[in-house]
Design a protein around this ligand. Structure first.
Ligand code: IMP
Length: 402
C-alpha cells in the first residue's frame, strides 16, 4: 500500500493528528503538501499532549523521513520554536529526518501584520497564511531557494516597503522584522532541498508514504465555502501540485468527527448555538489548538460529508471523537436541506454508557452502532478506524470488525 493520503473531511480539527500518528508507525515517509502554521495537529503520546503545527506527525517514528513540500508556506520563526519544543521532548530534528522543499514559500512578520489587518472578516488564525499565498500568486514571495542563493534580503526589503506604503508599517521597525527572520532562516536553511526528486524516487521504490492534509477539505480555496476558506487546496487535488510529483494514491482516508466544528466565520447549517452546542464544546474540548479560540459546534452534517467524499474519492473513513457522543438523550445528523436551505435532520437514540475504554466494535451500545451504520450506509464508504479517545490505544480497527 505505497501511497496513502489522510485528509480532514470537514472544516478541520477532525483529529487527523492521532490518525496520522497511528498510521505513521508503518511509514517510511510522511509529507505535508499545503498550509502552514495555521494547522494544529494534536497528539497524545505516553499521556503527554503535544501539538505540531508545521512538522509532519511522522517525526515520532525514528525511521520516518518527514517532508514539508512546495505547496506549504513555512514560518521559519515558528519552525525554530517547534524544533526546540520537540528537542525538549527528546526528539531530535535533523536534515535526515526533516526535508523542506526549496520552492516552499516563507511566511514573514509582514504577512502576519497584513493578516492582523485583513483576516478579521474570515476569522483567520492570524498566522499570515493568506497574505503569504498572495505574495506567491503575485510572484513577489520569498522561497527557501532565495535563502540558499542569498537573494532573500532584496525580496524582504521589497516586501517590507510595500507594507510601509500600503499597510501602515513604520520604516523604523525594519530591524524588528528582519533580524528575527534572518536568525531563524539560518537555522532552518539546512533542511532545504529539492523534495520532489526524493519523493519521486521513494514512490518508484514503492516506499510507504503518507501524505498528511492540514485543515479540512471543506476549507479548500476552490471547493470550500468561499470566501470563508483557507488559502490553499486542502482537498486531494492539492497533494499533487503541492508535492510536485504524480501520486497514485491507493488509500484515501477521510477523517471525520462524530459531530461538526468550525473555527472562524462562514456557513454552518447544523450549528447549535444552544446548551447542546456548549455541551459538545466542553465534552470535546473544542478550543483551537493554534489560537485557543472556542470552536463553533453542531450536529454531524452528512450532506456536507457527501460532498467531501465526492471531492476526495475517499476509500475509507476514520471516525473520531465517538466517545464524546455518550450522554445525549437524542443525537441528530443533517441529511439534506429544504427549499429554504434549512437543514433536514435525522434523529437517533442516544446512549449513556462511557465507551472510551471499549476495545471491540460489538461491545458498543446498540444505539451507537446504529448511528455508525447509518453514517456508513449514507456515505457508502466503510470506516477503517473509530476513535474512542485521544490515546492511540483508544481506537477500534474496523478492518477486523469484532
Ligand atoms: P487561515 O488559514 O489562517 O487563513 O484561516 C482561514 C480559515 O480557515 C479560518 O476560518 C480559520 O479558522 C480556518 N482554519 C485555518 N486553519 C485551521 C485548522 O487547522 N483547523 C480549523 N480551521 C482552520
Amino acid at each position: 500500500m505505497p501511497c496513502t493520503i489522510v485528509l480532514g473531511a470537514q472544516w478541520g480539527d477532525e483529529g487527523k493528528g492521532k490518525i496520522v500518528n497511528i498510521l505513521a508507525s508503518d511509514m517510511d515517509a510522511v509529507a505535508r503538501f499545503q498550509g502552514g502554521a495555521n494547522a494544529g495537529h494534536t497528539l497524545v503520546l505516553d499521556g503527554k499532549k503535544i501539538v505540531l503545527h508545521q512538522i509532519p506527525s511522522g517525526i515520532f517514528n525514528a525511521n520516518c523521513v518527514n517532508f514539508i513540500t512546495g505547496g506549504c508556506v513555512v514560518d521559519p520563526e515558528a519552525l525554530v520554536e517547534e524544533i526546540e519544543m520537540l528537542d525538549n521532548f527528546g526528539e531530535t530534528v535533523d536534515p535526515r529526518r526533516l526535508k523542506i522543499a526549496e520552492n516552499a514559500h516563507i511566511v514573514t512578520r509582514m504577512h502576519k501584520w497584513i493578516d492582523s489587518i485583513e483576516g478579521g472578516k474570515v476569522g483567520t488564525t492570524g498566522r499570515g497564511i493568506g497574505p503569504c499565498y498572495v505574495s506567491k500568486a503575485r510572484r513577489t514571495g520569498i522561497r527557501f531557494k532565495n535563502i540558499l542563493d542569498g537573494s532573500y534580503k532584496t525580496l524582504f526589503e521589497g516586501m517590507f516597503s510595500e507594507c510601509v506604503k500600503h499597510y501602515g508599517l513604520e520604516s523604523r521597525n525594519y530591524s524588528d522584522f528582519f533580524e528575527p527572520f534572518e536568525d531563524a532562516i539560518h537555522k532552518v536553511a539546512q533542511f532545504a532541498c529539492d523534495t520532489r526528486y526524493i519523493l519521486f524516487k521513494s514512490i518508484a521504490e514503492e516506499k510507504n508514504i503518507l501524505f498528511e492534509g492540514a485543515q479540512g477539505a471543506m476549507l479548500d480555496i476552490d471547493n470550500g465555502s468561499y470566501p470563508y476558506v483557507t488559502s490553499s487546496n486542502t482537498s486531494i487535488g492539492g497533494a499533487l501540485t503541492g508535492a510536485g510529483v504524480f501520486i497514485d494514491f491507493m488509500e484515501r482516508i477521510g477523517v471525520m468527527k462524530a459531530y461538526c466544528t468550525r473555527v472562524g466565520n462562514g456557513p454552518f447549517p447544523t450549528e447549535l448555538k444552544d446548551e447542546t452546542g456548549e455541551k459538545l464544546r466542553q465534552i470535546g474540548n473544542e478550543f483551537g489548538a493554534t489560537t485557543g479560540r472556542p470552536r463553533r459546534c453542531g450536529w454531524l452534517d452528512l450532506k456536507l460529508l457527501k460532498e467531501s467524499c465526492m471531492l476526495n474519492g475517499f476509500t475509507s473513513l476514520a471516525l473520531t471523537k465517538m466517545d464524546c457522543m455518550s450522554g445525549f438523550e437524542k443525537i441528530k445528523a443533517g441529511v439534506g436541506s429544504d427549499s429554504s436551505e434549512h437543514p433536514i435532520f435525522k434523529e437517533f437514540d442516544g446512549w449513556t454508557e462511557d465507551i472510551s475504554l471499549l476495545t471491540s466494535y460489538n461491545e458498543l451500545p446498540s444505539a451507537c452502532r446504529q448511528f455508525i451504520s447509518y453514517i456508513e450506509d449514507f456515505l457508502g464508504i466503510p470506516f477503517k478506524l473509530i476513535s474512542l479517545g485521544p490515546d492511540r490505544n483508544q481506537t477500534l480497527n474496523m478492518e477486523q470488525k469484532i
